[in-house]
Design a protein around this ligand. Structure first.
Ligand code: CDT
Length: 315
């Protein structure tokens, strides 16, 4: 019996700063319905899907800041999404900012199955940008001011007839993200992102944003023999242009579907999870070929440590 999961990558266009949660949730429900009509088992929404990408502003007022966080999901605004998903029998993955009872501030991704039950919650691991206001930037990227670093790492969960993992935005640029999940047999990685097209620390990278986006997800898919679903919040949001180009990547690393707009758009692919075996059991047969005994720096060391000058030069 083949294990085919039909997945929808539900790209979102811009969300205005003053857009209400209920308006955004209606947009999500529209995409969910399109997904159901296209036969989707799972519809994947982007990172921080319920609000504008607020880390572009430095907000000091606690109430103003807290407005962007959810204290319960499902809550009054998000319950209609859960109800509709349950009615349609379609699972979904939703990114949002979470404020916990203990004051924790998390950038999270929630996976919900077709019965409306929560499968898992993922906390973003790699928090990019800066932690303090930087006046010289045209806009801020204050994720390190707004979010705590996720401590749980990368887990893989049995769901949708396979093994599913999650990551958020900057996580997709790090090979460790995929390999941690690859070592748990992951068959589909869901990744939501908000990627501004202007990168203040090095604008020479700006024209390469799309190339780098595909590069990392294609490599992650291929090197671990897994499907990858990359979902953007794209377009010009509050004056900041962000990458769209949501795409679904096969275990071969090939792109099998890609968004063509920068707005709300659903792309769909039938993902045969058994295709993963082609790669997991051949070139990337970890049991046979990996050499963890010579990889100790990967987990034992954080930054770069260059070797000392060669002794023959010192003599
Ligand atoms: N949201 C997010 O993680 N965005 C980052 C921007 C990096 S520049 C600070 C990304 O990796 O796309």
């Amino acid at each position: 019996m083949t294990r085919v999961v039909t997945v929808g990558a539900a790209q979102l266009g811009p969300v205005a700063r003053n857009e209400s949660r209920s308006t955004v949730v209606q947009r999500l429900i529209q995409l969910l319905r399109e997904g159901a009509a296209a036969g989707c088992d799972l519809v994947v929404f982007p990172e921080l899907a319920l609000t504008t990408f607020f880390p572009r502003w430095y907000l000091e007022d606690e109430d103003e800041k807290n407005w962007f966080y959810e204290t319960e999901v499902p809550g009054p605004d998000t319950t209609p999404l859960f109800d509709e998903a349950r009615r349609l029998g379609v699972g979904f993955c939703l990114g949002y900012a979470e404020l916990t009872a203990e004051g924790g501030r998390n950038n999270v991704y929630l996976l919900v199955d077709g019965s409306g039950s929560t499968v898992a919650k993922f906390h973003k691991v790699h928090i990019p940008g800066h932690g303090e206001y930087e006046p010289d930037r045209p806009f801020q990227h204050l994720e390190r001011y707004y979010f705590d670093e996720g401590q749980d790492g990368f887990t893989v969960w049995p769901a949708f007839d396979g093994l599913v993992g999650m990551a958020l935005c900057n996580d997709r640029r790090w090979p460790e993200t995929y390999r941690e999940m690859g070592l748990q047999g992951v068959e589909m990685v869901l990744i939501g992102y908000n990627t501004p097209l202007y990168y203040a620390p090095d604008p020479t990278q700006n024209p390469l944003a799309s190339f780098h986006n595909h590069l990392v997800m294609q490599a992650g898919a291929y090197q671990n023999g897994t499907w990858v679903v990359g979902v953007a919040k794209g377009g010009t949001e509050e004056g900041v242009e962000s990458l769209a180009q949501s795409a679904i990547y096969a275990p071969s690393g090939q792109i099998v579907a890609q968004a063509v707009t920068t707005g709300d758009e659903l792309i769909v692919a039938r993902c045969d999870l058994d295709l993963c075996r082609n790669y997991k059991e051949t070139l990337f047969n970890f049991d046979l070929y990996r050499r963890p005994e010579v990889y100790s720096r990967i987990t034992g060391q954080k930054g770069v440590i260059r070797p000392d000058a060669p002794t023959f030069l010192a003599d």
